[in-house]
Write a protein that binds this ligand. Structure first.
Ligand code: AHM
Ligand code: MG
Length: 337
């Protein structure tokens, strides 16, 4: 039988190879892993809320019935704020940076996350996910936290990844040394290495986009869609369209099978000219993962990881996936037709 490597063993092995490692990053990661297990347990019970007769805001045990995205957010904030190695967090669900409460130990790392992405799908048993990005602050831990400590380019991420809650629960992450996937064995409660050194195929045959918005797209975006449907394209046959509407699930499929996910800018909402997805908690972490797996991520023209964030909840158009597909799309955007 092949040896079963847990994610913690994997991290410790990696730590041993880095003589300067202090174990502080592993401590942070262990808290992310535990939070993921807690959220996963709750996600698998999602459909039982009605069956068990929970009503209103209080369940039969007198506990509050929680919305899962709020629950996931609270689990992450509660656990991570006590791990002793963070100086701040930022969540898609919170308007401002979350500083560590006075009296708790702090450290040099900053965690940015989307606690439960795609959570509107949960009642239909569709896969959803947690996305995370880890940064190291630039100024000394003893001093005040500056906005420039948080607003770092994606290229400066120390690690990034996601947990997908699907037919199984999987943790996929990179620390800048390739991408590795771990599947949660619910029997033993451990994430086991199931997908070492993931490489995204250079060319895919699937694209994912919400084509319902096509009337709001600019000319290059429409041309990109024509390219996918055009049997005269590089593949000599049309691509297949698959859109789950759950970023982590769509991305995870492309990472394993090849393909490209797009959430372009559109003219639906003048207040959101950059599209829907957020640079710091969605695009940057997935961009680091895809690049480490051999793929690319762009806003159409710029590399996602090179974009200087101006504010925490900045939105960005996203084209992410197999290298050749993203390059072709970039070519279309750059020609501007
Ligand atoms: P959320 O962070 O509020 O869950 O929204 C992000 C989700 C992504 O998972 C998904 O790719 C996208 O929204 C779908 O949006 P749309 O319904 O506009 O296609
Ligand atoms: Mg989200």
């Amino acid at each position: 039988m092949a040896p079963q490597i847990t994610v913690t063993e994997h991290l410790l092995l990696h730590q041993k190879r880095t003589p300067t490692a202090t174990g502080r990053f592993t401590r942070l990661f262990n808290e992310i892993i535990l939070s993921a297990k807690i959220i996963s347990r709750e996600v698998t019970k999602a459909g039982l809320v009605d069956v068990l007769g929970f009503t209103g805001d209080t369940n039969v045990q007198g506990e509050e019935v929680r919305k899962l995205d709020e629950y996931a957010n609270r689990v992450l904030i509660h656990r991570l704020s006590r791990c002793g190695v963070l100086c701040a967090m930022a969540s898609e669900e919170n308007a401002d940076v979350i500083e560590i409460a006075a009296g708790l130990p702090v450290g040099e790392y900053i965690l940015i996350f989307d606690p439960l992405d795609g959570s509107s799908n949960i009642d239909a048993n569709v896969s959803i996910g947690t996305i995370f990005s880890i940064l190291r602050r630039k100024t000394p831990v003893e001093g005040p936290l500056l906005s420039s400590d948080v607003l770092q380019r994606g290229a400066e991420q120390v690690a990034a990844g996601y947990i997908v809650y699907g037919s199984s629960t999987m943790l996929v992450f990179t620390t800048g040394d390739g991408v590795h996937g771990f599947t949660l064995d619910p029997g033993v409660g451990e994430f086991l290495l199931s997908h070492p050194n993931i490489r995204i195929p250079e060319q895919g045959r699937i694209y994912s986009v919400n084509e319902g918005y096509q009337n709001y797209w600019d000319a290059p975006t429409r041309q990109v869609m024509e390219y996918f449907k055009n049997s005269e394209g590089a593949r000599r046959k049309p691509y297949s369209l698959r859109y789950i509407g759950s970023l982590v699930a769509d991305f995870h499929r492309h990472l394993l099978y090849g393909g490209v996910f797009l959430y372009p800018a559109d003219g639906r909402d003048p207040k959101k000219p950059g599209g829907k997805l957020r640079l710091m908690c969605e695009a940057n972490p997935l961009a680091m993962v895809v690049e480490q797996a051999g793929g690319l991520a762009t806003d159409g023209v710029r590399r996602i990881l090179d974009i200087e964030p101006e504010h925490l909840h900045q939105r960005v158009p996203l084209v992410i996936g197999s290298r050749d597909d993203v390059l072709k799309i970039k070519e279309i955007y750059e020609s501007g037709s």
